[in-house]
Design a protein around this ligand. Structure first.
Ligand code: UGA
Length: 451
């Protein structure tokens, strides 16, 4: 099928690359010519495991065509995905990019006199946006030519995007009309018998996306709230507690006497908090939307409040370990909001670094993915970036781990003692093996050792 993708960011480009690998002809548009040039040069503008190789292949095959003219995109396609950003502005969702791109597509439909062109919104938009904001734009200009409208959210995790796209658990198609529903089903026909296809209306589709992200964020904040309780009781380990809960047969089912541990287990782990470009933004947008509609949502608010405290919790723990942070050298290991990505957006490490600097600590950070590309790092002023772990640890008073990178899994006292002034470590993800550290030198967020 001939399909357009508007927006060559993370969602748009992943969607474009994956669909073109399924032999659709994809034309991809972005206002940023630099991004399009990179795609032409077969280079991925961000880091995502496995996607670069497929990009090379689909560009060579001319199945993925970068295009800087919206008119040409619409001329050569029967429908397009809108994959532009929906950031937060003054705590609300900012729809400027959505509105501008829908207007621009509409104009090109008129210019090309295209009948029944399909507009598929892939960006995350709060309920009723498609009906109340997008539909009136289309109705005004396209009533004679006819058009189709659908909301088809993405459920791609950074670091797992390729697998999430190619092995989806569900494809949600919210559509205005049957024709568009069929059109979208055909695009994803490869997956028809392999996953749940939810065929629904526009608003339900919009809310499914938010509910999905709010649910997983809630699990993380729930775990962190239990950690807050546990840390007041010496010797009580919240990680052990949540593991026990996960083994409940209503969570971990048994098939043929084998336990099937659900992958949501990894969201039931306390830590320094969630980040990224989706969970914080989407929970905030849903909260704001609900409140504007006179719905009180204390749970959504608590998810964010609990999360906002996590970096501070890490810093308070550091302060209690060292008594004062003034002029102390603190090593921060891990800057990205999770491993296998180069994304720093809303990363808890950045908030913690700012707090450490406010307390006059000297901060040296290291992240395995960012070491070779210092240009992409926008770190707080005063934070130093180290080239390797050893440099970051050198003469340090305390190391704090924020990201569960594999590179950090083997940290141990021997290594710390070799470089650090005080071989003390705070594990912000609870994933290091305590046994590898000398007694009294390993601290885990949410856990207070018994005296
Ligand atoms: C999230 C959702 O998981 C996707 O389903 C969704 O499509 C995407 O947002 C989006 O709306 O675009 P992503 O932000 O890439 O994807 O990441 P996750 O892997 O879910 O991580 C989010 C946060 O949860 C991170 O801060 C991470 O530290 C934490 N996390 C992640 C866990 O606590 N446990 C995990 O197993 C994975």
């Amino acid at each position: 099928m001939n399909i357009g993708v508007v927006g060559a960011g993370y969602v748009g480009l992943t969607t474009g690359i994956c669909l073109s690998s399924l032999d659709h002809k994809i034309t991809i548009f972005d206002l940023d010519e630099k991004k399009l040039n990179k795609i032409s040069e077969r280079k991925l503008p961000f880091f995502e495991k496995g996607l670069g190789e497929i990009l090379e292949h689909v560009v060579d095959k001319k199945n993925l065509i970068p295009q800087n003219s919206m008119n040409e995109l619409v001329k050569n396609t029967d429908g397009c995905f809108i994959c532009v950003g929906t950031p937060t502005k003054n705590n609300s969702i900012d729809l400027t990019q959505i509105i501008n791109s829908v207007k621009s597509v509409t104009e090109s439909i008129v210019n090309n006199q295209k009948n029944n062109y399909k507009i598929i919104i892939r960006s995350t938009i709060v309920p009723n946006t498609s009906k109340e904001i997008i539909l009136p734009i289309l109705n005004e200009k396209l009533s004679e030519l006819g058009f189709g409208l659908a909301v088809v959210p993405e459920f791609l995790r950074e670091g797992n995007a390729l697998d999430d796209f190619m092995n989806p658990d569900k494809i949600v198609i919210g559509s205005l009309d049957d024709d568009t529903n069929q059109f979208v089903k055909e695009i994803f026909s490869e997956f028809e018998k392999k996953c749940t296809i939810v065929e629904t209306n526009l608003e339900t589709s919009e809310l499914i996306k938010y509910t999905n992200n709010a649910f997983f964020s809630m699990l993380i904040s729930f775990s962190n709230e239990i950690a807050n309780v546990a840390e007041k009781i010496p010797g009580v380990d919240p990680y052990e507690i949540l593991k026990a809960v996960v083994s409940d047969k209503r969570i971990t089912s048994k098939i043929d006497n084998n336990k099937v541990i659900p992958s949501l287990e990894s969201y039931l782990i306390p830590g320094c908090g969630f980040g990224g470009s989706c969970f914080p933004k989407d929970v905030q947008a849903l909260l704001d939307y609900s409140n504007k509609n006179n719905v009180e949502t204390p749970l959504l608010k608590a998810i964010l409040d609990i999360n906002a405290e996590r970096p501070n919790k890490m810093v308070l723990l550091a302060e209690s370990v060292l008594s004062s942070l003034k002029d102390k050298k603190i090593t921060v290991l891990g800057l990205t909001f999770k491993p296998d990505t180069d994304d720093l957006r809303s990363s808890p490490s950045i908030d913690a670094i700012n707090l450490l600097l406010e307390k006059n600590a000297k901060v040296f950070a290291f992240d395995p993915i960012l070491k070779s590309n210092p240009n992409i790092i926008k770190l707080p002023n005063g934070c130093n970036i180290s080239e390797n772990i050893e440099d970051a640890l050198n003469e340090s008073n305390l190391v704090m781990v924020f990201t569960k990178w594999n590179e950090f899994k083997n940290l141990n006292s021997e290594l710390l003692k070799k470089f650090m002034k005080n071989p003390l470590i705070i594990d912000g993800r609870g994933f290091l093996e305590k046994e590898k550290f000398d007694a009294g030198t390993y601290f885990k967020i949410g856990y207070l050792e018994e005296n």
